[in-house]
Design a protein around this ligand. Structure first.
Ligand SMILES: [Fe+2]
Length: 237
């Protein structure tokens, strides 16, 4: 790819009504997760950006994300494999949503409340064996802009491990949440310098699982940020 050295690119992801349909499906899943936690919500007026007005404690938020971080393609009223096909066409090889090592697909809705620590520390997904040979996809769904979208470190996928200072697996803890993936503290050049590619609604951020990314703090004043993370393995023929 032309962006081989950058390690990421912003591409067109949706046509016609597809984005709105996916956004609506995510809205339904989140409304379901709120109801499962006995949070009263009027589904006719609920807006995703107002999530933090309904979920007002870290404890409740942690309960909601135990549902939204562990979804499969079948949970969505949207054909996720359509996106695997589309991004595979861009990359020139076949992708699938099926993760052989996990024996399932894995899809995560990320919910980040304004001025919260609802983040992952900087990391490489590729540290986890089942994400070594995948394409990462980050889709803005609501409240994503230059103050909230996913930061990446351009070209960081080319850094060898002996130039990276990181924790062990389960070595990072934020707000009581232990992170399974090792957290990257700095590189041989010092503190890591992140940028926000900031894809617009309807676009996707594609990146290699060895690109350093994370720390997506939502600096918006009063909008929850919702994004979708997809990981598509390459189909080995
Ligand atoms: Fe990640």
């Amino acid at each position: 790819m032309l962006w081989e050295n950058d390690g990421f690119s912003v591409v067109k992801a949706f046509e016609g009504d597809e984005f709105k349909n996916l956004q609506n499906s995510i809205r339904q899943i989140i409304i379901g997760a709120l109801k499962d936690n006995n949070i009263s919500v009027d589904s006719s007026i609920f807006q995703l950006k107002d999530y933090h007005k309904y979920v007002t404690t870290n404890e409740l938020h942690n309960e909601v994300v135990t549902i939204t971080r562990n979804l499969e393609t079948s949970d969505f009223n949207f054909d996720i494999d359509l996106l695997a096909k589309r991004f595979g066409d861009i990359l020139g090889y076949k992708l699938t949503s099926w993760v052989e090592e996990l024996q399932k697909s894995h899809i995560q809705i990320r919910i980040s409340r304004p001025n919260s620590l609802d983040i992952n520390p900087p990391h490489r997904d590729g540290y986890l064996s089942y994400w070594e040979d995948i394409v990462n996809v980050w889709l803005p769904i609501e409240g994503c802009n230059k103050k909230s979208s996913l930061p990446v470190v351009p070209e960081s996928h080319l850094l060898p491990e002996n130039e990276i200072l990181r924790t062990e697996s389960k070595g990072a803890k934020i707000n009581g949440n232990v992170y399974y993936v090792p957290c990257i503290l700095e590189t041989k050049d010092g503190p890591i310098q992140m940028i926000r590619p900031n894809p617009k609604e309807g676009e996707a951020l594609l990146f290699t699982p060895f690109l350093i990314h994370g720390a997506a703090i939502n600096q918006n004043e009063d909008d929850t940020r919702i994004s979708l993370e997809l990981r598509f393995p390459r189909v080995i023929c």
